[in-house]
Design a binder for this molecule. Structure first.
Ligand SMILES: Nc1ncnc2c1ncn2[C@@H]1O[C@H](COP(=O)(O)OP(=O)(O)OP(=O)(O)O)[C@@H](O)[C@H]1O
Ligand SMILES: O=c1ccn([C@@H]2O[C@H](COP(=O)(O)O)[C@@H](O)[C@H]2O)c(=O)[nH]1
Length: 240
């Protein structure tokens, strides 16, 4: 990268659902491999990176509860799904010569270390890409909230929500073809207009901690680096 990156430390939230690629379930190795390449490139350019991956490609607690399962059990399964995604990303990063560590909010010592904030920050400072798995460790939350929480805890200067849509729209673009995209919005605009691209708890935490948030399309190769270079890709949420 010719220019110095605009950001020192980021928290990247990757949609689990987008990892499926064209499939209906699971992980497309091509998608996760391409993302790992982009993440390593950005890390080599000097950006410190923490990652939270969703679990929507495997299980979501609310969906399991709707099918009759106990909600808390469903949420535990959803959190374990995020551990699987994090392990897959750790593997993809390491296969490409990067360094990664999965830390888990649920104790699961044979596969990942516990999340300990100071330890995670130390890994990041040493150039390791830290994957924060198992969400917040609590049911009734989502990985969006986990991403906002970890971003604040590690002192990230930007939270990036990487998803299948190219920003925040006036309505869900998957349901309303007349919806139009915002370039920039305040935190309270997202909450008050009920723009359901990210859960309210996550937006409120970003607002209270004045953490800028950018929502962008992760299916377009190169977008992560473009954002690190300061290009206005997607929608920026900050300010009143
Ligand atoms: N106003 C809006 N602007 C943009 N997207 C919106 C809006 N309202 C709802 N959405 C929807 O928000 C979703 C965000 O996708 P994403 O897959 O990242 O959700 P997630 O639940 O955070 O991730 P995961 O797949 O990991 O569970 C998109 O499917 C999009 O259609
Ligand atoms: O803190 C958390 C984070 C997640 N969960 C459960 O995991 C799934 C998958 O996460 P997504 O954010 O939907 O991708 C989620 O639906 C919850 O069931 C959780 O309980 N607590």
């Amino acid at each position: 990268m010719s220019d110095q990156p605009k950001y020192h430390r980021i928290l990247l939230k990757l949609s689990g659902e987008a990892l499926m690629g064209e499939a209906d379930y699971g992980i497309d190795p091509k998608v996760i491999g391409r993302l790992a390449d982009e993440i390593i490139e950005v890390q080599k350019a000097g950006v410190q990176i923490g990652i939270v991956i969703g679990g929507g490609n495997i299980f979501r607690g609310a969906g399991l509860a709707a099918a009759g399962m106990d909600r808390v059990t469903g949420d535990h399964m959803g959190m374990l799904a995020t551990v699987m995604n994090a392990l897959a990303m750790q593997d993809a990063i390491e296969k490409r010569g990067g360094f990664a560590r999965v830390t888990s909010a649920i104790q699961i010592h044979d596969v990942a270390e516990d999340y300990i904030r100071r330890r995670a920050i130390r890994h990041i400072e040493k150039g390791r890409i830290v994957l924060f798995a198992a969400g917040t460790g609590n049911p009734f939350f989502t990985t969006d909230s986990a991403a906002a929480l970890r971003a604040v805890e590690i002192g990230a200067d930007l939270l990036l929500k990487a998803t299948k849509v190219d920003g925040v729209y006036t309505a869900d673009p998957a349901k309303d073809r007349h919806a139009t995209r915002y370039d920039r919005l305040g935190y309270d605009d997202v909450i008050e207009r009920k723009l359901a691209v990210m859960d309210t708890a996550a937006i409120a935490l970003c607002r209270d901690q004045k953490l800028p948030l950018r929502i962008y399309d992760m299916t377009v190769p190169g977008n992560l680096m473009r954002i690190m270079q300061g290009q206005p890709i997607g929608t920026l949420v900050d300010g009143d």
